[in-house]
Design a protein around this ligand. Structure first.
Ligand SMILES: [Zn+2]
Length: 180
């Protein structure tokens, strides 16, 4: 019983920390967009249209035709604590639903080769062009900030949960004593 609770708490801790990292990457992405002179990336309808136009209304990975409705958005550099890609112009590309499901956290260059073989070079250079055109720096390093956030927020959240849990436990015991 005690061990089970420990595992659950550990998983919750990483859930909370991962959520915090995503929020952080969204917010930093907004700032990065504005600093580069863009309206922060939604994507809003007009922004979706711009993505579709750049990639000729095709999935940027496999070439399947897509439109506003069927467009999925993939973060070239994934939004997770290891890769720290931003939700921002130049890191979000339009793709089909199937590619979005398949790619997950894989490096996008490898994914394209796996997906389209010979055509990979063409598609890769189109994506590189897109990233360049938006002045997104793929080597932007946020680890100094994000790693601390990940560790700290998990600790703080768990400390608060444990504190409130103890209080709830005491309260419930008290209640049951009175009832009995
Ligand atoms: Zn695709």
């Amino acid at each position: 019983m005690q061990a089970k609770k420990g595992i659950l708490m550990a998983r919750s801790k990483s859930d909370i920390a991962n959520s915090a990292i995503r929020i952080f990457l969204q917010e930093v992405g907004k700032f990065y967009d504005e600093e580069r002179g863009y309206e922060s990336f939604g994507p809003k309808v007009g922004q979706k249209d711009e993505l579709l136009a750049f990639f000729s209304h095709q999935c940027c990975f496999c070439g399947t035709a897509i439109d506003r409705k069927s467009l999925s958005q993939d973060h070239l550099i994934p939004m997770n604590k290891t890769s720290l890609g931003l939700h921002a112009w130049g890191n979000v590309v339009p793709c089909c639903g199937a590619c979005n499901n398949e790619k997950q956290q894989k490096p996008w260059r490898e994914f394209i080769i796996q997906k389209v073989g010979q055509e990979a070079e063409l598609r890769t250079s189109k994506i590189d062009q897109f990233v360049d055109s938006k002045n997104y720096d793929p080597s932007l390093n946020l680890h100094e900030y994000a790693d601390n956030l990940y560790e700290d927020i998990g600790e703080v959240a768990m400390t608060l949960i444990r504190l409130r849990y103890k209080q709830a436990e005491a309260g419930i015991k008290e209640l049951l004593k009175v009832d009995g």
